[in-house]
Design a protein around this ligand. Structure first.
Ligand SMILES: Cc1cc2nc3c(=O)[nH]c(=O)nc-3n(C[C@H](O)[C@H](O)[C@H](O)COP(=O)(O)OP(=O)(O)OC[C@H]3O[C@@H](n4cnc5c(N)ncnc54)[C@H](O)[C@@H]3O)c2cc1C
Length: 824
């Protein structure tokens, strides 16, 4: 009996310490009390008593007396650490240190503070920004004809270029005092999303001047003179900017660029012996390059004659070069996947520029890589995620409508389980993308510059874009494949690899950056350990190392405890099913923290080369981030019940994928002992998560298959043409008419079942239904207009053969020769 009480007390104490993550002092005190109790109540033999107390006191002293630990233990660990940790180059360090850490860091600790997250501001548009989205942005979209851009002109038309420049689309990030729009990140994202849903070519044209480029770099580093001269010109569209980093030899590894600048003296614009730089470069893939008037250039600077200091190899430097400068060769074009935004190579041979063309002036020589890394993340977090979300919304709305009206085997195809499964994935992904987009832009608007989060949204939203567009194309079948002005998805499909490749190609971003940078920046102690080790600071190293040790012990014990109790005792800021998901994401955050430690511990610096493992850990961190975004989005929306199926489906899907990836990490960890122990600690009762059930998937699909408030909310911000002859508008119209006809169709079906009408397709029984008094004339009219609307949207474009072989293509009402659009 006595041992049962003792065990219960001990288990309760340990359980409490595990759940609350007691400090090492508390653990030591509890262990001391247990030792004393054992010594007094159980009178062990003298040798046992002595050994027990010596061991306990030694461990307790090391845990609680830092000076002793420093001298006896930490010094030796530091020496070993310095030997095994890989070195870090300047460029790696700049990339790792760029930006801030935000919510990703909470997820790394294993203890996300959900109350803190719910306190983050929600993404919002000011009245002025909303007016711009509803006004000039809509006007721009009305003006754009993507077929004209991509097939006939291979460029935006002159009117569109003028409209973009005059209305400030190129100056969204430029402050008002320089004549820009000074928009929030959320507004910037909303504009790119709407334009991108209309035309990828126009979307890219709008997003590039507002991402990493001359304006962004000038705002952060420009001299007053540079800002005062260039920013107003950029805001007014008098200058078209581009930024040239990539070249034939330097793609993902852009820091390896061979483009070279030599500090020298030269006569310039009538002045003698001006101090400046002689440049040679070869760049490619540069967006807006062919039409740019202002070229932002990255190059490696050398000073062999020591004209500006004592160093020859100065490092990567950034300059602004007017494209009419002698020696600059610019203008020819690449042709990226049938898209018609401007993109091309540029070169320079013996181009002389004065020192004050360096962004920030001479004092910024050699700072280029750090400037680029620091300026990269917010652009990366805005433009491409907006484009990805635009695709999700467009596919949800238009392909959902098509699935609701396109019939095969006399049934709308969306009602087949196979299509329903795909529609559920589309709706779920769109909900996730929109949530992650707003979560991240709101962070930027509140002053964060979250570098890991920006890599997460860049990677995952462009991958989801790929998935939803592919899914959409599968559903559309031939309607998606036949190109022409009425194909609303084909060009986006062709453009998919662009988003995947630019601003950090996706394989690299997933496998190297998300976890690699995440581990170093977001881990509460790893960076401090690395910093103190490289500085040889034993006290700081001890602090970080033992803090790290406490965190690991705490997470291990909490992970096991909450694994055994299935997360039921974790705290959550909401109740019911919503609370359940907060708890499960907390539990998986713990499992992630423990597994990441296991990988770091067993692989050390070798983890850098184990990209398959770090890629999967990056996926887990990303799914935790996306799950947080979804919970926050739902909360910000007022936790409406009609959204619950979307919330549940997305949370279940993300949790299932977290579980999958964590097991894949553990299956592939070379140290099998560590893997087995970690699996026991993180999933002590097996795998708790399942894929979302089919029924829930059908509920999601149904959201897209009929008009409704939730469908409108899910697809809000995507452009719906006001021209009712356009495909996306026609699909909306067809879906509404189909919904309006549904009650009458149901009556016909019921009459067939009851034997009043012969069995068959209700659409063939409309007149008979009227004659038999089953439906009214008005209801028959509803069915007829639904049929007529459907017949329009299932058509595809046709061309006379001459059109496809003609050199000068023209699609328009006054020049239809060679073109036979069925429903023009
Ligand atoms: C349409 C378009 C517009 C662009 N606009 C601009 C612009 O305006 N300015 C500019 O400077 N650049 C621009 N770029 C360049 C773009 O940033 C690069 O294409 C990109 O950095 C990748 O370089 P790369 O194409 O040479 O591929 P590579 O670097 O050759 O990469 C090939 C593959 O290897 C993978 N990879 C590379 N290293 C690793 C690694 N360590 N681990 C795992 N995988 C790895 C990549 O993920 C990729 O899948 C643009 C590119 C395109 C296509």
């Amino acid at each position: 009996m006595e041992w049962i009480i003792e065990s219960a007390v001990l288990a309760t104490a340990i359980g409490f310490l595990m759940a609350r993550q007691g400090s090492r002092y508390l653990w030591t005190a509890v262990a001391g009390i247990a030792m004393a109790y054992w010594s007094i109540m159980h009178t062990p033999p003298a040798w046992g008593l002595l050994t027990g107390w010596v061991l306990f006191l030694a461990i307790a002293a090391l845990l609680t007396l830092p000076a002793l630990r420093l001298a006896l233990v930490t010094r030796h660990i530091l020496a070993l650490y310095r030997k095994i940790m890989p070195g870090m180059s300047h460029t790696e360090r700049a990339a790792l240190e760029a930006g801030t850490v935000w919510w990703e860091a909470e997820l790394f600790t294993g203890q996300p503070d959900w109350h803190r997250m719910l306190g983050f501001p929600a993404p919002e548009l000011s009245t002025e920004e909303q007016a711009f989205v509803d006004g000039p942005t809509n006007e721009l979209c009305n003006m754009i004809k993507d077929w004209e851009i991509t097939e006939e002109l291979r460029d935006l038309n002159g009117e569109t270029w003028d409209f973009l420049k005059k209305n400030g689309f190129f100056g969204m990030i430029i402050p008002k005092k320089y004549g820009g729009l000074e928009f929030s990140a959320n507004a910037h994202s909303a504009v790119v999303m709407k334009v991108g849903s209309r035309s990828i070519s126009a979307g890219v044209t709008v997003m590039v001047p507002n991402s990493l480029g001359p304006a962004k770099l000038l705002l952060s580093y420009g001299t007053e003179e540079q800002k005062n001269y260039y920013l107003p010109r950029l805001a007014r569209g008098e200058e078209v900017p581009c930024f040239a980093l990539t070249g034939p030899e330097a793609g993902s590894d852009a820091a390896a660029m061979p483009d070279k600048g030599i500090v020298c003296r030269h006569d310039f614009e009538g002045k003698k012996d001006v101090l400046g730089i002689r440049l040679d470069w070869e760049k490619r893939y540069i967006t807006l390059g062919p039409v740019a008037t202002l070229l932002g250039l990255a190059f490696h600077l050398y000073d062999p004659d020591r004209l500006i200091g004592q160093t020859e190899d100065i490092g990567i430097t950034l300059a602004l070069i007017p494209t009419d400068t002698p020696g600059v060769e610019i203008g020819s074009r690449h042709f990226p996947m049938e898209q018609s935004f401007m993109n091309g190579p540029n070169r320079g041979k013996d181009v002389f520029i004065p020192m004050d063309w360096i962004i920030g002036g001479q004092e910024y020589v050699g700072q280029g890589w750090r400037m680029l890394m620091d300026s990269l993340s917010d652009g990366r977090a805005i433009s491409l995620p907006a484009l990805g979300t635009a695709s999700g919304k467009l596919v949800s709305r238009a392909v959902g409508a098509y699935s609701g009206v396109r019939k095969q085997f006399k049934i709308p195809i969306g009602k087949f389980e196979g299509i329903s499964e795909v529609l559920a994935r589309i709706a779920g992904s769109t909900y996730i993308m929109n949530a992650a987009r707003g979560f991240t832009t709101a962070a930027i608007d509140s002053g964060e510059d979250p570098s890991v989060a920006s890599a997460i949204v860049k990677y995952h939203l462009t991958e989801r874009m790929r998935q939803v567009i592919n899914d959409g194309m599968d559903i559309l079948g031939g309607r998606g494949i036949s190109m022409g002005p009425n194909n609303f998805l084909g060009r986006a499909y062709e453009a998919l690899p662009i988003g995947i490749t630019v601003e950090g190609a996706n394989i690299l971003t997933r496998n190297l950056i998300i976890f690699g940078q995440g581990a170093v920046r977001c881990h509460p102690f790893l960076f401090r350990e690395m910093e103190s080790a490289s500085a040889g600071d034993v006290a700081a190293f001890d602090d970080a190392l033992f803090g790290h040790g406490s965190l690991v012990m705490g997470n291990v014990s909490r992970g096991l405890f909450h694994g055994l109790t299935r997360g039921r005792l974790l705290e959550a800021p909401q109740h019911g099913i919503r609370g359940h998901y907060y708890r499960q994401f907390s539990r998986m955050s713990l499992a992630f923290a423990v597994t990441a430690e296991a990988a770091l511990l067993s692989l050390g610096g070798g983890l850098k080369r184990k990209e398959s493992i770090s890629g999967r850990l990056g996926d887990v961190l990303s799914y935790l981030y996306l799950g947080s975004a979804v919970l926050k989005h739902h909360y910000d929306n007022g936790s409406p019940d009609d959204e619950l199926p979307l919330l549940e489906w997305t949370c279940m899907d993300l949790l299932y994928n977290i579980q999958l990836r964590l097991h894949e990490v553990l299956n592939n960890l070379p140290n099998r002992f560590v893997a087995t122990v970690t699996r026991l600690l993180t999933f002590p009762l097996g795998k708790p998560y399942r894929r979302p059930p089919d029924e829930l998937g059908h509920t999601l699909a149904d959201i897209l298959l009929s008009p409704g408030r939730l469908r409108d909310r899910l697809t809000e911000g995507v452009y719906i043409p006001i021209d009712k002859t356009e495909a996306v508008a026609q699909l909306d119209d067809a879906l509404e008419k189909s919904a309006a006809a549904e009650p009458a169709t149901r009556k016909l079906r019921a009459a067939m079942k009851a034997g009043t009408l012969p069995h068959g397709d209700p659409e063939d029984a409309v007149e008979a239904g009227v004659t038999a008094g089953v439906i009214t004339q008005q209801e028959a009219g509803d069915i007829h207009s639904a049929i007529a609307a459907r017949k329009i949207v299932i058509q595809v474009d046709e061309f006379l053969p001459e059109y496809l072989t003609k050199e000068q293509k023209k699609w328009g009402s006054n020049n239809l020769d060679g073109v036979a659009g069925r429903f023009m």
